[in-house]
Design a protein around this ligand. Structure first.
Ligand code: XMP
Length: 515
């Protein structure tokens, strides 16, 4: 891969900046999100083929609004300003940006008024998505109008001499159906990028750099069985073989058969040095009598650290690296000047760090990748589909799906009900459209009849949602026959359950998990 074949995206705080990066990566071009105030000389050194200025929540006229260095516009690198990015461009080239009378939010029809490389093969008119308060009211010096809409006479501009373009709408969101094509026009026709970002090449170059970085040393990885840690395990194993040591902590709150599956796949099929620690009783004892969700999370987080650290300390004589499944969105959040919308949501998910005395060097092979790219890497590394497409599973496991007290009997009931929910949904041809699905055990009993007997038993709630990233979610409209089968099977096959409900709430205001 040519190191200069990439696009830099300067982040001015838009909630959808990540989508710009995802669209461009989907088009097989590497890109990175950088702080808006990056030093232009540093950027020049890294030599991107193009720069995108993202949208943002501020007004360019506010005193403290984020501005990039004016020198960015003098680097001679093609620029595309999106929304706030367009307004910054306009301000730099002596135009006016005014706060519009009303905020324009929603679909609009863009009419292309002049041929432009940016709109090559784009329909005219074309549907676009607008979301802005401010408007550019005068065509900036040296620029020409290339598109307009009813509410936004200056919808897109270009300066072909300087190779600077700007659009008021958001090409990165799905509501702009030809948006990805527009971004690709910028990357391919204007920046002259080539489409060389492929996961097979990523795997190849990543293996090479892991080998160079780790050399003869050894690496420890906490393997949970989730997509990220599984892919980290597979890529590290391919790079350094038996210098990798995986530690899997069985907290007794995993899904049914999960520990056996992990043992079979990573221990036996891959032949990884896998240490399975059976800590179910320890976790259960510590959780005894605890029903407060936050307390459950804290206990599980700290017990995990204790158990993992103990093993790490044992191995630390020979191990010097700790591997982590950090992904690109986490990296962006930590560099984001404004703090993405996901920042607060993530905080309660982290289990915290290892004790001070355990000093490992970090290795994070996936830190450049988005989740969908991680799945592709997993496929490249021959991980089975059921691992690569695994739905998210919370760190505290089934503990946050057993409302109230956690006992081994209640864990067992939930594990069996959960397996039925998974089996039936996986049987649907469109199961990949369901983002997450599981059973929840409620802390109440309800009356039922079974044969001639009256029962007073547990209630299971089924939760299935569609979502893009867990930030917002809609309850999934499961077909009635699937719901029927799930309910019948749970009531017939899981002893101690006589009622099944379906959760029809969306996030917000509900959350995906019940605790
Ligand atoms: P909520 O319930 O906040 O969940 O709508 C959003 C996503 O996060 C997962 N989740 C967790 N993941 N530790 C985790 O690792 C946690 O404590 C935790 N709580 C929720 C949840 O499964 C969903 O995918």
């Amino acid at each position: 891969m040519d190191a200069s074949n990439w696009i830099a995206i300067l982040d001015f705080g838009s909630q959808v900046t990540q989508l710009i990066a995802r669209r461009i990566r989907e088009g097989n071009i590497y890109c990175e999100i950088l702080r808006f105030d990056i030093d232009p000389d540093e950027l020049k050194k890294r030599n991107p083929k193009g720069i995108i200025l993202s949208g943002g929540p501020c007004s360019v006229n506010e005193t403290n609004s984020p501005h990039c260095s004016n020198k960015i516009f003098d680097l001679g690198i093609p620029i595309l300003g999106i929304c706030y990015g367009l307004q910054l461009t306009a301000q730099k080239f002596n135009s006016n940006v005014k706060t519009g009378k009303k905020h324009e939010y929603g679909k609009a029809l863009m009419r292309i008024t002049k041929d432009s490389l940016l709109f090559k093969n784009i329909s005219n008119p074309s549907k676009v998505w607008m979301s802005h308060g401010d408007k550019v009211t005068k065509i900036p010096e040296g620029f020409e109008l290339i598109a307009e809409s009813d509410n936004c006479p200056i919808a897109a501009i270009q300066n072909t001499k300087l190779n600077i373009y700007g659009v008021q709408f958001h090409p990165e969101v799905v509501h702009t159906p030809e948006g990805k094509k527009i971004l690709m026009n910028f990357a391919l026709n204007i920046c002259k990028c080539v489409e060389d970002w492929e996961m097979s090449k990523f795997v190849e170059s990543s293996i090479k750099s892991i080998k160079e970085y780790v050399k003869e040393e050894h690496v420890i990885l906490g393997l949970s069985g989730g997509v990220d840690s599984s892919v980290v395990a597979a890529i590290l194993h391919k790079a350094i073989g038996n210098q990798l040591h995986c530690v899997y902590v069985d907290n007794g709150l995993m899904r049914l058969n999960e520990t056996d599956e992990i043992k079979e796949l990573f221990g036996n099929a891959f032949g990884i040095d896998l240490h399975i620690i059976d800590a179910g009783n320890l976790f259960l004892n510590k959780l005894n009598g605890v029903s407060d969700p936050e307390k459950k999370r804290k206990i599980i987080g700290s017990t995990f650290i204790d158990v993992f650290s103990k093993k790490a300390r044992e191995l630390s004589k020979s191990v010097s690296f700790l591997a982590q499944g950090t992904l690109y969105p986490d990296v962006i959040e930590s560099i984001s000047p404004i703090g993405g919308p996901s920042a607060t949501i993530k905080s309660h998910h982290n289990v915290g760090g290892l004790p001070e005395d355990l000093k490992f060097k970090l290795i994070e092979p996936l830190r450049e990748l988005f989740k969908d790219e991680v799945r592709l890497v997993g496929k490249e590394l021959n991980l089975p589909d059921y691992v690569v497409n695994r739905q998210p599973f919370p760190g505290p496991g089934l503990a946050v799906r057993i409302i109230g007290d956690i006992t081994s009997e209640r864990i067992h009931i939930l594990q069996k009900a959960d397996l039925i929910v998974r089996e039936e949904i996986l049987d649907m041809s469109n199961h990949l459209d369901v983002w997450q699905y599981f059973a929840v055990l409620l802390p109440i009993r309800s009356v039922g009849v079974m044969g001639d007997d009256r029962t007073y038993d547990n209630v299971i709630t089924v939760r299935a949602v569609e979502s893009l990233d867990g930030m917002t979610a809609d309850w999934f409209k499961l077909p009635y026959d699937v719901m029927d089968k799930i309910s019948n099977r749970i009531i017939n096959e899981v002893r101690g359950v006589n009622r099944v409900c379906y959760d029809i709430s969306s996030k917000p205001p509900s959350t995906i998990e019940w605790e």
